[in-house]
Design a protein around this ligand. Structure first.
Ligand SMILES: [Zn+2]
Length: 264
């Protein structure tokens, strides 16, 4: 569907170091260096209404980790017209705190998530410290409530969400890590979410430090490279790279000046 448009919305940021964001940084023989990390959610504007991809981090999740709120995601949803009553379709790329905080802002929305992701975070494994580090118990409880209310839709490997909008499970970072492909007038956009935190991660083959399945993480890089090489994807949108907004058409007017970029 050529009428689809994608908004990349930045709501948070922090400073880190390469040695903490890339897996086993020491093996590359490259000096450590500071690296920023931005936090985004994404909106797909379709003929049938907006689709929200992830819901950012919550007050608790962000403050507990000393993240900087550029704006609160809930305020950003409001200013973009994404209200509980408007029931936007919600896609969850994975259940980490910075992607499912604020799910409670949409108590009437249908939520789509890979079956493997939902299963993993309700399997007991979410209590192990290496995994628990990246989640908030209250937010996993909210996800279970969504499931128990019958508002969740799961899929195995791929699902068509709308005309020209597909969600694919790639795994790696988490068992059900997903990407979203959106056909637009400017070509197909891959919302990579945390299958690609950083463009350097993807281009230099530096896996991210937090990983459930390393071969699957590498395979996700391969899949995206193949989609680009074969002309099936024209734009890869990273999950956290601070250069992301500047790679696309950055909006300085309207809500959240400077923190939104658009494609399509
Ligand atoms: Zn993330």
């Amino acid at each position: 569907m050529k009428g689809n448009r994608v908004s990349i919305v930045r709501f948070g940021t922090r400073q880190g170091r390469k040695s903490e964001v890339y897996l086993n940084w020491g093996i590359y023989g490259i000096p450590d260096a500071p690296i920023g990390m931005d936090y985004f959610f994404w909106v797909i504007h379709t003929a049938d209404g907006p689709i929200l991809v992830d819901t950012g981090f919550s007050t608790e999740g962000g403050e507990r980790r000393a993240r900087t709120f550029l704006t609160h995601p809930k305020d950003a949803f409001e200013s973009l017209g994404l209200t509980a009553e408007s029931r936007p379709e919600v896609l969850v790329t994975h259940a980490h705190y910075d992607h499912i905080g604020n799910l409670d802002a949409f108590p009437k929305s249908r939520v789509t998530i890979a079956a493997a992701e939902l299963e993993f975070w309700t399997s007991g494994m979410e209590h192990r410290r290496q995994f628990h580090h990246s989640v908030e118990d209250a937010e996993l409880a909210e996800l279970r409530s969504v499931r128990d209310e019958g508002r969740i839709r799961t899929f195995e490997n791929e699902i068509e969400i709308a005309d020209g909008v597909r969600m694919l499970r790639v795994g790696g970072h988490t068992p059900g890590q997903s990407i979203v492909l959106v056909d637009t007038a400017e070509g197909t956009v891959a919302l990579a979410s945390d299958a690609v935190h950083y463009y350097e991660e993807y281009e230099q083959d530096f896996p991210f430090a937090f990983v459930a399945d390393l071969p699957a993480m590498y395979a996700a890089f391969d899949l995206l490279h193949d989609l680009e090489a074969t002309g099936r994807v024209q734009h890869v949108v990273s999950g956290h790279d601070p250069s992301t907004l500047d790679r696309f058409r950055r909006l300085h007017d309207g809500p959240l000046p400077g923190d939104i970029a658009e494609i399509g």
